[in-house]
Design a protein around this ligand. Sequence first.
Ligand SMILES: Cc1cc2nc3c(=O)[nH]c(=O)nc-3n(C[C@H](O)[C@H](O)[C@H](O)COP(=O)(O)OP(=O)(O)OC[C@H]3O[C@@H](n4cnc5c(N)ncnc54)[C@H](O)[C@@H]3O)c2cc1C
Length: 437
Amino acid sequence: MANSVSANDAPARIHWHRTATPAPVCDSLTGELTADFIVIGGGLTGTRTALGLAEEGASVVLLEAREIGYGASGRSGGQCNPIWRKTPDELSTLLGADVAARLVETTLGSADALFEDIARYGIECDAEQNGWVQAAHSGHARQTMSALAEAWIAAGADIRVLEGAQVQAATGSSAYDFALLHAKGGFVQPLSLTRGFARAALGFGAQLYESSPVRGIVRDGAGWRVSTDQGAVTAPQVILTTNGYTDDLWPGLRQTFYPMVSISLATAPLSDNLQKTVLPGAVTISDSRRAIYYARYDRDRRLIFGCIGSTETAATLGGVARLRRGLRRVFPQLGETPVEASWGGKIAVTPKMMPHLHEPAPGVLAGLGFSGRGIAMTSVMGRSLVRKALGAAEDTLPFAVSAMERVPLHWAATKLAPLAAPAASLRDRMDELLDKG
Ligand SMILES: Cc1cc2nc3c(=O)[nH]c(=O)nc-3n(C[C@H](O)[C@H](O)[C@H](O)COP(=O)(O)OP(=O)(O)OC[C@H]3O[C@@H](n4cnc5c(N)ncnc54)[C@H](O)[C@@H]3O)c2cc1C
């Protein structure tokens, strides 16, 4: 039956499938439909966009190539890290003062907005808002992070600077002696959140189709005709939310970002004693390494630990070994705690590490390029896509509508992407050795 809820048989290697709420089971598209909007991609961005449009009374068809949450959204670390890597002043230089002012304001409220959405739509996704520790792994990172904190605190962010023993008390790790505690940070079960948005969208009448890869988008009078293997949908507007899983459907879109991979492992549940010394208080942590170590608990107090990787199979080019080394480096007290699962997923990294909102043709929008910061920002993007699609003026949105531009050396970067993770790890290690003098 279309759009009902049932258990699901998703990939066993991705830990989140073991603890997720049941999947909404959706038919694949057959036959011809018409709608006000077509959303392509069933991750956090697509489901949040479909939800927002349906809630406004529009008729929405969402088409997902595989299953809801198949992409990064069902594989994510699920950490809500609610600021950018740039200061508000740097954003102003990059985007212009007006856009930056709207983006900074939206960003400051983005974590609360996500947790409010979760409560408002009654989404069960093991959400906890206990704070995010952003830790510096080197002297240089400490300086950058210090400047970042000063600028964001001045803009109104709730950030506390931690030094020395304070960092160890907050994280249980002696690998860092400088960090920022972002009180608004937290974590979610990312697959359950995506399914929750999907279920809420269904509740408002959106039609969601799985196993329906979109093969073509062509002009149809004043609107667009979007075709899958066994069906087609016609609508005045199409919204692409395919992020790191973007294919060649819309020419040039895949070339607007660098394809990267993030990988994670899940340990066995930690004992009560270990929980007192590893991320006490269930804060999340991510650090300043090029390879970006990040960690958090799941609902059963397994530790989820991640870094950048080479392919969706976490073990490629020593990925799992690097994860285990990172885990030992940050939390040596874990000793031989067993690892239950490891997996990876694709992310879309833009040259400035900021998401893009494109309008490549009249009636076509695309929101992507979260650069590894998608948990809160996909919702910000989803709401922005809804407002833009419903006619809001561009100068009221937190993202500028930018022209699609091919990133420099895209072809070479795509070919070399799997090597980025081992190379980044090596450079991080050199930073640490240089720091030690
Ligand atoms: C391992 C990992 C850890 C991460 N950790 C964090 C974290 O801790 N915090 C954080 O903020 N961010 C994190 N991220 C990033 C974050 O998860 C992503 O930014 C976010 O999930 C992107 O959501 P999305 O909906 O835009 O894209 P996705 O979830 O990737 O969804 C895109 C969807 O489009 C579909 N699709 C593609 N082409 C077609 C087509 N032709 N037709 C139909 N459907 C199509 C795909 O099947 C896919 O389901 C992590 C990512 C990974 C992989």
